[in-house]
Design a binder for this molecule. Structure first.
Ligand code: UGA
Length: 444
């Protein structure tokens, strides 16, 4: 069993570290934020991730947390870099956290392999290799091993990986990283370092492209009277297409797709290539998040003084992560139209993020007195709400389901005007004061 150091106690570092401890290795996770390390030492997770707290507790004997670089690297055979690479104001990757790890590595390291898990622009590995050599750390191996963990299912994604990608300059370094992941039983795909760095950006860009694609199909469905849920099912059962990542809605948010799409676009641009498709995917996504505003206006006219309830604020369910969440854009747009915004999420703390919005503790509070409810994140509990009872507490019984998550028929039967995304096959609702929009057909 190996000794392993992780730099960065974020999603990638904590989840991968805890999972490798579960496989029997001794893992030290080092971070530079004292509060984060103190909390972890006290058994508190810094974010909500299903199963992570249990895994950390179960492997406490083999898993420790420290602020000290020396303690982390002592006897370690693998040094995993899992620090954040947020976007700079220009949209490129800010690698200062990566460089600060590299620069603070002690001189007297054994023959360990440095494994890059942080998402970095293609070409970074070569620069890090050169910097290590220049520092007299030529004996340190280097490998790129991008992470493919989705928030909310990160532990399962690691333990049950579809594949492990390993890029290395030297075969021997790649062999060691491959052997470390062997017990997972996942296919290991070996390649050079730039290709491994590219796999990460390309995989995220492809998934984001599917999302923008189905969202555009949804928007056309609304105009021509088709239902995107049926269309996605009909398309997805073709084995060449697959059903995953075809959920139409309010687009993608989170700490990965928006940032990685920008990284890829700028990486291409900085290298002299205009990546048209990626630019379009970003633009479609930016506009998709705003669509509920027009949908509500269609029913209520001017939004000045109207009370809009946003239900679900995290960028997706099963996480408390608010980074790049569509709720932030939506709240700002509704406020700009003169509406009052009241917002609820079961676990994400949006205070200070949804500026100008009233944050409440229950969905029922959000709905009380509201003119419209907008489902922003498909939390399962939203399906369990007693919608029939809550209807009477609303000023106007209008639901815009941004994730096609609720039971449309049940809501309509309960007297709501209900509108989803890309579901024009369903009528536009029945509010007495509603101005029914004209349905335009392309043939008209
Ligand atoms: C994503 C990838 O799924 C991971 O493989 C990758 O490792 C990670 O980024 C990363 O780069 O670190 P994550 O951002 O946690 O993980 O979330 P996803 O589950 O992929 O969802 C991203 C966004 O797309 C969410 O806002 C979700 O609501 C949206 N989405 C997803 C859709 O709108 N429709 C879909 O069909 C699927």
């Amino acid at each position: 069993m190996a000794h392993i150091a992780f730099f960065g106690a974020g999603y990638a570092g904590l989840v991968s570290g805890a999972c490798l401890a579960e496989l029997g290795h001794t893992v030290v996770v080092r971070d530079v934020v004292p509060e984060r390390i103190a909390a972890l030492q006290a058994g508190k997770m810094p974010f909500h991730e299903p199963g992570l707290g249990e895994l950390v507790a179960k492997n406490a004997e083999r898993l420790s947390f420290t602020l000290s670089m020396e303690e982390a690297v002592a006897g370690s055979e693998f040094l995993f870099v899992c620090v954040g690479t947020p976007p700079t104001p220009s949209g490129d990757a800010d690698l200062s956290n990566v460089w600060s790890v590299i620069e603070s590595l002690p001189q007297d390291l054994g023959p360990a392999v440095l494994v890059m898990k942080s998402t970095v622009p293609v070409g970074t590995g070569e620069k890090v290799r050169a910097a290590l050599d220049a520092r007299g750390l030529g004996h340190l191996g280097y490998a790129s091993c991008p992470e493919f963990l989705a928030e909310g299912s990160a532990v399962r994604d690691f333990m049950d990986s579809d594949r492990v990608v390993v890029g290395s300059f030297e075969d021997a370094d790649g062999d060691r990283v491959e052997a470390l992941h062997g017990p997972l039983g996942a296919p290991v795909v070996r390649m050079d370092v730039p290709s491994a760095e590219m796999v990460k950006l390309a995989a995220n860009a492809y998934l984001a492209t599917r999302i923008s694609f189905i969202n555009e199909i949804a928007n056309v469905c609304e105009l021509v009277g088709a239902d995107v849920e049926d269309v996605a099912r009909g398309m997805g059962l073709d084995n060449r297409i697959g059903t995953h990542y075809l959920r139409a809605g309010l687009g993608f948010g989170g700490s990965c797709y928006p940032k990685d799409m920008s990284f890829l676009k700028l990486l291409a641009g900085n290298s002299g290539y205009h990546f048209h498709l990626v630019s379009s995917v970003i633009e479609v996504n930016d506009l998709q998040m705003r669509r509920p505003v027009t949908k509500v206006q269609k029913h209520l006219g001017s939004l000045r003084g109207k009370r809009i309830a946003l239900l679900g604020l995290a960028f997706k369910p099963n996480t408390d992560d608010m980074r790049e969440a569509p709720s932030i854009v939506l709240a700002a747009r509704f406020l700009a139209e003169g509406a009052e915004v009241v917002a609820w999420d079961p676990i994400a703390d949006a205070r200070g993020i949804l500026r100008g919005a009233e944050i409440v503790d229950t969905a029922a509070e959000a709905l009380s007195g509201a003119d419209a409810a907008v489902v922003v994140t498909e939390w399962p509990e939203l399906r369990e709400l007693p919608w029939g009872e809550l209807r009477d507490t609303m000023r106007t019984p209008l639901v815009i389901d941004g994730r096609n998550h609720l039971d449309a028929d049940a809501l309509r039967t309960a007297g709501f005007a209900y509108e989803g995304m890309g579901r024009a096959a369903s009528p536009f609702g029945s509010l007495p004061e509603t101005q029914q929009p004209e349905r335009k057909l392309l043939s008209e």
